[in-house]
Design a protein around this ligand. Structure first.
Ligand code: CA
Length: 736
């Protein structure tokens, strides 16, 4: 039975989730631990003069030439090509062993930290959970100003995968921030005062969020949103950088034809690829929730789209259709938002294979010809090289073990799906990859020196099962997947699921389409990668380390503790001749929320900080958080078998995305098995909204009183299961 539980988690490896924050001890007000380590230098002249407005001169021209000013890190991806490569090399493979912590800054909320710090003339702009923005002195870590957009905490359930933010855009003196609840905010880069704020959400009846970083192009700020696990209709919008006025909007799935506007041709083409009009009610999905890149010569904006709503193509009423433009790479004319080309990676996506990973642009010699390419390693496990002017598919190969499709047919550009393995709509199937993907949002990087792409690659099959009631439940703020994630009954299926939960730091040759080298990593959900001219690749791990490897060979050269899981990508900058490497540390996101700590995947606790390193840095982190967590007095098991079964079903449809599969919490939100007697007394009130200020969404009117009590009875049952496990361990250890 124990094995079953272990495997269950592994299996579950799939979902992306989101939710409320820790209710009792949490995060709300962060202690001002901060910054300057003992002996830190005083602010440099550069940093001081920056106080005027460090970002005043940042425009499209400078971002396009970001490589020519390596002291700054102008966008989250280090420039429009999103290569995440720094030409700095004072820190290099020979001396990286001397890299030490220069300073650290504790941010307010201990949830996932996914931003890449942007640094301009000695000022760092970065973000943490609930879209809180920090401007810091990049030399000392001193807080210059902070903007808390006061995202209502009860919105925590409005996104699949934690209350995260992936960073800012900086342009002509302003910093631009997308907030978790869908606003776009423009702030003065010098003092953080608000210049304007608009709501990007076009339809309040749908569930939208923003977790991605905006991109600034030619006096426009461009941003998408998330929500395809709920009922969102994906789109991307361009706003006037000066005043927030909407310049253009492109929907990624069709709506009512009379509203097609300037995009009639692209929408008509998409409409033909839907069997039904489910997109009108369900929303369609295809959200633009992550990464942008841009080619200034072609004036093409690139982004990827997420899965359809629902995940289950039968619930979407789309048994055989491609459903454009879900799970696709799209190119638009940035100046007008006009459709240029698309490449759909997963026609009729049935697996949550979002195409939203880093869009990496480079010029490569392929078959004797210099090609302008876009490289993409999405969740579906294939590495794609596209001609970025035309969208032509140049090559596609598996970069990790993948069984949902045998290969991509280069003639048709379509994956050849192995339906025997991959169709789970009638019976449960174990499919590789699962919804966590072969590579998720964690950014990959490209080094023009080695010609290699560094992928935070992972392997985690998913056990998909059709939902018992295969209908679309259009409940605002609640998941609409048409899928369940039960335990497989066949022990062989369980074993297969367990076998392959692993990761690689993978150096990939995009021309030869093969592995150059790789480093094995335990478990999954490791950090994004970042590479430098110092022949280095940096990556944080889900086991709590920040590490450097040689970019050409993959030799491990350096490691430092981060106290918590690192999932973000790093950046580098220089002030007064000193090079720094910056990373956000903060465990969170879909994996810890959904899979909890089952199988001891998460050995780290959520703590969130900015960490900055330099050669000879001597700062030290405090001891990692590790409070004991004794089981409180347990409630009596009083629920009937039927009641507990009902509770289990309602829980797994609605609660497990945040509180963990089988009620095993991952430390980001309360582990309900440890609920105190008082919490049980208030259980119904809490579900209805009594802790909505702490991040527990208000579900008043969503569940019946019987359902809420059934969930509680199931939770009580699980707390007794936990006690039995702990007692068994104690007996075992006393025998040793
Ligand atoms: Ca998704």
């Amino acid at each position: 039975m124990k094995k079953l539980k272990f495997a269950a988690t592994l299996i579950a490896i799939g979902l992306l989730s989101a939710c409320g924050q820790k209710d009792e001890t949490s995060a709300a007000a962060a202690p001002a631990e901060s910054g300057p380590a003992a002996g830190a230098e005083t602010a440099s002249p550069a940093a001081e003069s920056a106080a005027a407005n460090p970002a005043a001169g940042i425009d499209t021209q400078r971002i396009a030439n970001a490589r020519s000013e390596p002291a700054n890190w102008l966008t989250v991806g280090g420039g429009y090509a999103d290569q995440r490569y720094s030409p700095l090399k004072k820190i290099n493979a020979d001396n990286v062993k001397d890299l030490g912590l220069a300073w650290h800054y504790k941010i307010d909320v201990d949830r996932g930290a996914e931003a890449t710090p942007v640094v301009i003339d000695g000022t760092m702009y970065t973000t943490g959970a609930y879209s809180i923005l920090y401007a810091l002195n990049a030399v000392t870590g001193e807080l210059l100003w902070k903007h808390d957009p006061e995202v209502p905490r009860n919105k925590a359930g409005y996104a699949c995968c934690d209350v995260v933010n992936r960073g800012v855009a900086v342009y002509k003196g302003k910093v631009y921030l997308g907030t978790f609840d869908g606003r776009l905010v423009a702030l003065d880069a010098a003092d953080g005062s608000k210049v304007w704020e608009i709501n990007t959400v076009d339809n309040p009846k749908r569930t939208y969020s923003i977790t991605g970083a905006p991109i600034a192009i030619n006096d426009m700020i461009i941003i998408g949103n998330g929500g395809a696990e709920f009922n969102a209709r994906g789109y991307v919008s361009a706003f006037d950088a000066a005043n927030g006025e909407l310049k253009w909007r492109f929907y990624t799935v069709p709506g009512e034809p009379e509203n097609d506007g300037a995009h009639k041709e692209a929408m008509d083409a998409a409409r033909k690829t839907w069997d039904s009009t489910s997109y009108l009610t369900q929303g369609g999905g295809g959200t633009v929730w992550n990464s942008f890149s841009y080619d200034p010569e072609l004036d093409l904006l690139y982004f990827g789209t997420g899965n359809g709503v629902s995940w289950n193509k039968l619930v979407r009423q789309e048994p055989d259709a491609d459903n454009l433009y879900i799970s696709s790479v799209l190119a638009l004319k940035a100046s007008t938002g006009e459709y240029a080309w698309h490449y759909q990676e997963v026609p009729g996506d049935n697996w949550d294979y979002d195409a939203a990973a880093t869009m990496t642009l480079a010029d490569l010699e392929i078959g004797g010809k210099q090609r302008k390419v876009l490289m993409h390693a999405p969740k579906n496990g294939f590495f794609y090289v596209l001609d970025r002017a035309t969208g032509e598919l140049l090559s596609a190969e598996k970069f990790m073990p993948v069984d949902w499709a045998t290969h991509v047919d280069l003639e048709t550009g379509r994956p050849v799906v192995d339906e025997k393995i991959a169709d789970w709509t009638k019976e449960p199937k174990l499919i590789n990859p699962g919804p966590f993907g072969s590579h998720n949002w964690q950014p990959m990087s490209f080094s023009p020196d080695t010609g290699l792409v560094y992928i935070p690659a992972q392997e985690a099959a998913g056990y998909y099962a059709p939902h018992a009631e295969p209908t679309f439940n259009d409940r605002a703020g609640l998941w609409n997947l048409g899928a369940n994630f039960p335990l497989p009954e066949d022990p062989k299926v369980l074993r297969d699921a367990v076998k392959g939960v692993t990761s690689k730091l993978l150096a990939w040759d995009p021309v030869a389409q093969k592995e150059a080298w790789s480093v094995h990593r335990e478990s999954i959900w490791h950090g994004g990668t970042f590479t430098t001219a110092g022949n280095l690749v940096f990556q944080g791990s889900s086991q709590g380390q920040f590490e450097a490897y040689s970019a050409d060979k993959g030799e491990k050269l350096w490691s430092a503790p981060a106290n918590t899981g690192v999932i973000a990508g790093a950046s580098s900058y220089e002030v007064d001749g000193e090079q720094y490497v910056a990373i956000m540390a903060g465990w969170g996101g879909a994996f810890p929320l959904f899979t909890g700590n089952i199988a001891n995947f998460a050995k780290v606790k959520p703590e969130a900080r900015v960490l900055v390193f330099k050669l000879g840095g001597k700062a030290k982190l405090p001891e990692p958080k590790n409070e004991p967590n004794p089981l409180p007095e347990l409630q009596k098991v009083e629920g009937t078998e039927a009641q507990i079964a009902l509770g289990k079903q309602v829980y797994s449809d609605n609660c497990e995305f945040c509180h963990g599969i089988n009620v095993v919490g991952g430390g980001l939100v309360p582990d309900l098995r440890y609920a105190k007697p008082q919490t049980h007394k208030e259980f119904a009130a809490i579900v209805a909204g009594a802790r909505s200020d702490k991040g527990m969404p208000a579900y008043a009117g969503v569940f019946t009183a019987e359902e809420v009590e059934a969930i509680r009875q199931y939770v009580i049952q699980r707390s007794h299961d936990l006690k039995a496990e702990l007692d068994k361990k104690e007996v075992a250890s006393s025998k040793n």
